[in-house]
Design a protein around this ligand. Structure first.
Ligand code: NCD
Length: 308
């Protein structure tokens, strides 16, 4: 990474497999000794431009920068920004380039981060653009899987829930396809299957995947189960949402069908799709995943700012 040109992170594919490895290694070092990194970003500022609500992602970026000794500024909804006055994303990106050293941005429209990156003179990190991509969640997921399973290859990964609108699913599928011998179970109701562009990519690349409707039919074969929330805000009508929201509820009974060493991940927020009783199961790793999310964002900020 680095060089004369400003590096951005818009899609998970902006990083090569070896760059991802480097980031995961660095995040592992940070996780082992966060204090050693406490002053790496002294004097640096992160701007969080959030045009769409978020708790975890925004706070994890802020926590990451604060833990590196830097500071943060920004807004957490579009009503609180000049977007409410009609300012374009590209103008905002230009303006903020004068105030900060790096931007993390979330926007409801697909492609918004690309527009911002074209105008910003500082690195732009896409923190989610509509139903499109969410690369830092994917880095979080990869780090969690690598730390907990010891590898990113030779895995059977089940993705369950809203595979149509879930951007974390789209980004994770893209990223996992780059590792050897990874098989997917895509578990969803027919209405929420992966978009056809993703299915075509999987077919064209010859990546083995099976689409199933019942979680019980596939859970026993999985090394990783990635649960997702039905993305209410991307539905066209509330009736469909209500009909589909409880399609999957992972509970203790379903966990009995899973392997002893399967791990359950979830990008959070959870709504109903994982029963609270599962939280005490040692295979439930979604809260650990949150912590890995902070470490990987620390690593990413360091790399994009060329501090290490
Ligand atoms: C995800 C997102 O924003 O896409 N959440 C997150 O990043 N923590 C998943 C979701 O909102 O369901």
């Amino acid at each position: 990474m680095g060089g004369m040109n400003v590096r951005h992170l818009i899609s998970p594919m902006d990083l090569s497999v070896s760059e991802v490895d480097e980031l995961l290694d660095l995040a592992g070092q940070i996780a082992a000794d966060p204090k050693a990194f406490a002053h790496k970003c002294t004097g640096k500022k992160l701007a969080t431009l959030f045009y769409e609500p978020s708790t975890r992602t925004r706070l994890s970026f802020e926590a990451a920068m604060l833990e590196l000794g830097g500071s943060v500024l920004g807004f957490s909804s579009s009503d609180a920004s000049s977007a409410a006055k009609g300012e374009s994303v590209s103008d905002t990106a230009r303006v903020v380039s004068c105030y900060a050293d790096i931007i993390a941005m979330r926007h409801p429209k697909e492609g918004a981060a690309t527009v911002a990156a074209a105008r910003a003179s500082i690195p732009v990190i896409n923190a989610g653009d509509g139903g499109h991509h969410h690369p830092t969640q994917t880095l979080t997921d990869l780090l969690t899987i690598r730390q907990l399973k010891g590898r990113l290859s030779h895995l059977t990964v089940g993705l369950c829930g809203d595979l149509k609108f879930g951007r974390t699913v789209h980004s994770l599928l893209k990223a996992m396809c780059r590792y050897e011998d990874v098989r997917f179970f895509l578990v969803s109701p027919p209405e929420l299957q992966v978009p056809s562009y993703i299915r075509e990519d999987l077919l064209a690349g010859g990546f083995p995947f099976t689409e199933v409707e019942r979680l019980e039919d596939a859970i026993g074969e999985m090394d990783v189960l990635y649960m997702t929330r039905v993305q209410r805000e991307r539905f066209f009508n509330e009736e469909d949402y209500i009909r589909l929201r409880d399609s999957y509820i992972l509970d203790a009974a379903k966990m009995k069908l899973a392997r002893e060493d399967m791990i359950v991940l979830h990008p959070l927020p959870r709504v109903n799709e994982i029963a609270v009783e599962v939280d005490d199961d040692p295979r439930a790793c979604y809260f650990q995943q949150v912590l890995f999310g902070k470490y990987i964002r620390m690593a990413l900020i360091l790399k994009l700012l060329e501090v290490v």
